[in-house]
Design a protein around this ligand. Structure first.
Ligand code: TTP
Ligand code: MG
Length: 375
């Protein structure tokens, strides 16, 4: 592992290995509360109910110094840290931040697999922006998150998901850790088995009873021993103990459509005013299309009347819309078809669908990745 900015390629890694980043926000809910309520900064903060049956969803790093943890009963946390400040969760705000960070991830790769609101795997094997290394991409993403959300994230960089997730936890908060090819087994060897994904407190106890405390202890057991004691989990454990993980990053549903819309301050009915707004919407939509490297065949114009009823008009081409000019021509033709309006509208949107760009960038099978260039 390394923090010196050297990256996966610097040690002459065998081609074919993937480059995976795991990003995880630091003390997520608590950090959002500290961001939005500056008096809370630098103080022990818990998010959750403080009643007799309350439980912490999480707590700030200041509170962790006292031993407070996620899922701990609030009463226990208060005993450990009498000055602990409680806040109720505000899920709508956390979801909004989650969408913001996801948008940032998607600017660097379409292969983003969110695991929860605050963490995701990214496969950056294809360095589509020519940034140069997975570590640099991770640093850029961390800087963007800080600039755009006012929050810190930690990142792990490695050649598979198992190691990237362990790495993101290694230098928290606001840290980065790289585990290079060839270093995975050694990294795992010193790790307590309870840090392995999928091994809970009960699993760790069972292992301790068998004399297995660390990754090295696990690696010393053969596959038959593991199958006898851990059944279906055996293959996973056997590989994990060697720093091997064959799982691919599974990008969530490919995006089905892309577009932009505007809600007006005052309802509009004049054709010329609508054409003006449409021009702006076309510009934003086309920028988004270019950024996402997708192409689409169907253009839909959407209007919402003052009474909230919708009016849509769509046009499909036999091939993708090729340019901004073409998108504009279609958009304005659709608008002309609905003019003059029977009643004023409060919102106008333009949507491009039947996207086909997503398939073009789907990941190669793990075993067939050898031809991929290194970053
Ligand atoms: P985590 O990423 O596990 O924790 P965290 O972001 O608070 O702290 P860090 O990553 O720096 O260790 O979880 C993300 C959010 O999910 C967390 O802020 C609150 C919520 N959560 C729960 O509601 N219950 C839980 O048991 C856990 C672990 C998290
Ligand atoms: Mg987190």
């Amino acid at each position: 592992m390394s923090e010196d900015g050297k990256d996966l390629d610097d040690d002459g890694a065998a081609p074919g290995l993937r480059k995976i980043i795991h990003v995880d926000m630091d003390a997520f809910y608590a950090s959002v509360e500290q961001r939005d309520e500056p008096e809370l900064r630098g103080k022990p903060v818990a998010v959750g109910g403080d009643g007799p049956r309350g439980v912490l969803t999480t707590c700030s790093y200041e509170a962790r110094k006292f031993g407070c943890r996620s899922a701990m009963p609030s009463a226990t946390a208060k005993r450990l840290c009498p000055d602990l400040i409680f806040r109720r969760p505000r899920f709508a705000v956390y979801s909004a931040v989650s969408r913001q960070i996801r948008e940032i991830f998607l600017e660097y790769t379409p292969l983003v697999e969110p695991l929860s609101l605050d963490e995701a795997f990214l496969d950056v094997t294809e360095d589509s922006h020519g940034i140069g290394s997975a570590t640099r991409i991770a640093e850029l993403i961390r800087a963007r998150i800080r600039a755009e959300t006012g929050l810190t994230a930690s990142a792990g960089v490695s050649y598979n998901k198992f190691l990237a997730k362990l790495a993101s936890d290694q230098n928290k908060p606001d840290g980065l850790c790289l585990i290079r090819p060839g270093e995975g087994a050694a990294f795992v060897a010193t790790l307590p088995v309870r840090r392995f994904f999928g091994i809970g407190p009960r699993g760790a106890e069972k292992m301790a009873a068998l004399g297995i405390e660390t990754g090295a202890d696990l690696a010393a057991r053969d596959i038959d021993f593991l199958r006898r004691h851990f059944g279906l989990q055996a293959d996973y454990l056997y590989r994990a103990a060697r720093g091997i993980d064959l799982r691919r990053v599974k990008a969530n549903r490919a995006r089905k459509s892309l577009g932009a819309e505007r809600t007006f301050d005052k309802d509009i009915s004049s054709g010329s005013a609508l054409r003006e707004v449409l021009e702006r919407i076309i510009t934003i939509t086309w920028e988004r299309i270019e950024k996402s490297e997708t192409q689409g065949r169907t253009v839909t114009l959407k209007l919402k009347h003052a009474d909230f009823s919708n009016l849509t008009r769509a046009r499909s081409l036999p091939r993708p819309v090729a340019s901004r000019a073409e998108l504009a021509t279609i958009g304005h033709t659709l608008l002309d078809e609905v003019l003059p309006l029977a009643q004023p509208v409060r919102l106008m949107g333009l949507i491009l669908s039947h996207l086909d760009g997503e398939e073009a960038v789907s990941p190669p099978p793990v075993g067939g990745a050898a031809q991929l260039p290194l970053l």
